[in-house]
Design a binder for this molecule. Sequence first.
Ligand SMILES: NC(=O)c1ccc[n+]([C@@H]2O[C@H](COP(=O)([O-])OP(=O)(O)OC[C@H]3O[C@@H](n4cnc5c(N)ncnc54)[C@H](O)[C@@H]3O)[C@@H](O)[C@H]2O)c1
Ligand SMILES: N[C@H](CO)Cc1c[nH]c[nH+]1
Ligand SMILES: [Zn+2]
Length: 439
Amino acid sequence: MTPAARPLRLSTADAGFEAAFQARLHWSEETDAGVEQTVAGILADVKRRGDDAVLEYSNRFDAVGAASLGELELPASELQAAFAALPAPQRSALEQAAARVRRYHEAQKKASGESWSYREADGTLLGQKVTPLDRVGIYVPGGKAAYPSSVLMNAIPAQVAGVPEIIMVVPTPRGEKNLLVLAAAHLAGVTRVFRIGGAQAVGALAYGTATVPRVDKITGPGNAYVASAKRRVFGQVGIDMIAGPSEILVLADGSTPPDWVAMDLFSQAEHDELAQSILLCPDVGYIGRVQAEIDRLLPAMPRAQIIAKSLSGRGALIHTRSMEEACEISNRIAPEHLEIASSEPSRWEPLLRHAGAIFLGSFTSESLGDYCAGPNHVLPTSGTARFSSPLGVYDFQKRSSLIEVSEAGARSLGPIAAELAYGEGLQAHARAAEMRYKG
Ligand SMILES: NC(=O)c1ccc[n+]([C@@H]2O[C@H](COP(=O)([O-])OP(=O)(O)OC[C@H]3O[C@@H](n4cnc5c(N)ncnc54)[C@H](O)[C@@H]3O)[C@@H](O)[C@H]2O)c1
Ligand SMILES: N[C@H](CO)Cc1c[nH]c[nH+]1
Ligand SMILES: [Zn+2]
């Protein structure tokens, strides 16, 4: 029997709205103490025992049945064979998605990821040099579902940025490899692939082991264990963001068929019991119709148990006073994915400030963004869209400032620098500037 999916029903006019909002819907700084403790232990162990610890945890949590960590590396020939063995429609879909994701990220690089400089009238040159990272680790989730699309979304921007070494980790529970994931790694030009996941994979990439090379930055989404591990190794390596359990928020004015909206809510709920799906709408009758569609459609969904748990535990259908108020609440939540299911999306879009990705209009199903629209699907979750951006080419690059002062420039800049340096009591700074124009 399919369990019922009963998202929280709230109205902003209710006296208890604020308390319910804070308790159930707002992001919270608190992390799960049990997860934190487990992850701290795993990371310390991986740092101390390297390969042996990674192997032990992979056997324990993913039942991979391996005798050495080396066994968990996939040779390039296996990736290539997986690609060659794909049924033609799957290969074509993967190639088309990859081409669209590449085109988008090449445009992104052109717009903001290139080196630049300018010369001042006295010949001084100022600018910024953009260089790719040397070696990155990409995390591809694999616990409850396999994500070939996440291989493309991580590896392609890294390649477009010019990263020479891309090390991918992906768990294979019970040792089961997903052909599409392997094929996507081949297509996207990943350098090496290890079948490891969770905190132990993040630790291996951050500290390096005899088998897994240490990387400069770790990107990619994952469950609570992965998100916690990334947070903890930050500093030792770079990380992109916290991309945890998926989220969708739909702002609806009632003009989109309610079964489309119900399915969009399911689309993120089916990822994980901890995924969050929210509907905000000023039309209470429409909210009732969406709930009726949820009830009608759920029993036929293969992942009905996960969807029901996610919607009942973390979902909400919220009746607002107006679309303007719905936009305000959406800004407070700062969702990963924000759908404007409206006949006039461009009226509401300017009011929306915080979201990982914004999907405008009834035909823009969020799931198109997950696979093939072009923009990245690795997006900030848990309210971090207030300060984080989608994964992009810029995550795989760093910038160095360039300064070349001419002789005339030394004469005009030197007195300014010297004055400020004396003000700070730093004689050597002042003299270094003065020597260039006074001798
Ligand atoms: N934000 C994004 O861009 C994005 C994209 C795709 C998926 N996702 C999210 O990524 C997540 C994927 O999660 P998943 O679980 O399927 O795969 P995962 O690869 O993130 O996690 C699986 C790993 O978790 C570890 N683990 C599981 N239970 C554990 C335990 N009790 N103790 C210690 N470690 C444990 C194991 O090592 C296992 O290898 C989902 O929440 C999904 O919503 C997010
Ligand atoms: N919705 C996920 C990002 O939060 C990405 C994804 C991959 N496959 C399906 N969906
Ligand atoms: Zn998705």
